[in-house]
Ligand binder design. Structure first.
Ligand code: M6R
Length: 368
């Protein structure tokens, strides 16, 4: 049942193109994005004037990615918050607030309580979930199921990418409802998304070099991750994967925060994994990242850079380069996450750990 892989997680990493493709399947009808169980009227969606995304762990990182895309496409204010914080605050919500709850299991205690907290204040709730009929979708007003198939590995991989794809569709559905996107624009964004599974496939075929690199750094005590804009949540996810699987101190930072503290950690030989934005995207994002990398390299860091092959500026400051094909800026997380997952799984295997069942962790956190 592991399909020839040593661990479910490795099989699930390989299944990611399919997970994204299946999640997108059937959601574009006549130029419009359709959700699954929509107990919300079109008018309800048109009335949305603010979005809150709530989730835990990896799903929270998908929420951070969702924020950037939804804001860009809808021009609605979007906040993203850990469900465990949201539920104990007094967030300002009303009937025109859409709360998007992201949960693979659909049973996470804090996310479920965040949904109830939102409903108590009359907010509308949309769930992104991988488990049919779980509690969170049952209590929500609308659902978008991720069709990643069962995820056995405790560390979330294919569900993360499927959650991101689903969150993009929520953004497009909202954009068409509030009127910031015309049907042809929705179709073209959706088509760009549909091309991603083939790109992820291409990345997966090139992972041997990442495995070699991971073996080389498997004895590290600390690994840092750096990203900016769409790369920031990817950096956080890379760090989470490495700490939960390999029990290594791993931290992700927003590159712009370096000078506000984290740069003090940079020491001779410290590996830093960097997510480089596309040089064909916003020039300022790319040039700022290049200067951040120069700063850490000058202080002795070993730079491992995930970048597009044509990115000569990134190649010039990289001790190691992990090439990923070009993708539109907003969609890059679906691609740049993959080497992070492979890196973490390989380090864990190299250290002799069970990557499917990391110590102290449960697949679904139904108690707080
Ligand atoms: O089932 P959920 O998506 O609600 O789970 C949320 C987190 O518990 C989960 O993503 C956790 O962080 C994973 N161990 C990450 O790999």
């Amino acid at each position: 049942e592991k399909g020839g892989y040593d661990y479910f997680m490795l099989k699930e990493i390989a299944e990611q193109p399919e997970a994204i493709a299946n999640t997108l399947l059937g959601h574009l009808e006549g130029g419009r994005i359709v959700l699954d169980e929509q107990r919300l009227s079109d008018q309800d969606l048109r009335d949305v004037d603010k979005v809150f995304v709530v989730a835990c762990g990896t799903a929270y990182h998908a929420g951070m990615i969702a924020k950037y895309a939804i804001e860009h496409w809808t021009r609605l204010p979007v906040e993203v918050e850990l469900a465990s914080e949201f539920r104990y605050r007094d967030p300002v919500l009303d009937r025109s607030t859409l709360v998007v709850a992201i949960s693979q299991s659909g049973e996470t205690a804090d996310t479920l309580e965040a949904v109830r907290h939102a409903k108590d204040q009359n907010a509308r709730v949309l769930a992104i979930c991988n488990t049919n009929g779980a509690q969170i979708p049952r209590e929500s007003d609308a659902v978008l199921y991720t069709h990643a198939g069962p995820e056995i590995g405790v560390a979330s991989t294919k569900c993360f990418l499927a959650q991101i794809a689903a969150a993009y569709m929520v953004g497009l559905a909202l954009a068409q409802a509030v009127g910031t996107k015309y049907p042809d624009e929705v179709v073209s964004e959706f088509r760009a998304l549909e091309e991603i599974p083939a790109v992820v496939e291409e990345v997966l075929e090139q992972m041997e070099a990442v495995r070699d690199l991971a073996r080389q750094y498997a004895a590290s005590d600390t690994v840092l991750f750096l990203g900016r804009h769409m790369g920031y949540p990817v950096a956080l996810e890379g760090a989470l994967k490495l700490k939960e699987l390999a029990y290594i101190h791993a931290e992700g930072f927003a590159a712009g925060e370096l000078k506000h503290g984290p740069i003090a950690l940079i020491d001779d030989g410290l590996p830093v994994i960097v997510v480089m934005p596309s040089p064909e995207g916003r020039a300022v994002l790319h040039s700022k990242m290049i200067s951040n990398v120069r700063e850490i390299q000058a202080r002795g860091a070993k730079t491992i850079i995930i970048a597009e092959p044509g990115d000569t500026a990134a190649a010039a400051v990289a001790d190691h380069l992990i090439p990923i094909p070009h993708t539109p800026t907003l969609l890059q997380p679906l691609v740049s996450t993959v080497p992070m997952q492979v890196f973490a799984a390989t380090v864990a295997q190299e250290r002799g750990y069970d990557v499917d069942k990391p110590r102290n962790l449960a697949k679904s956190v139904t108690v707080e």
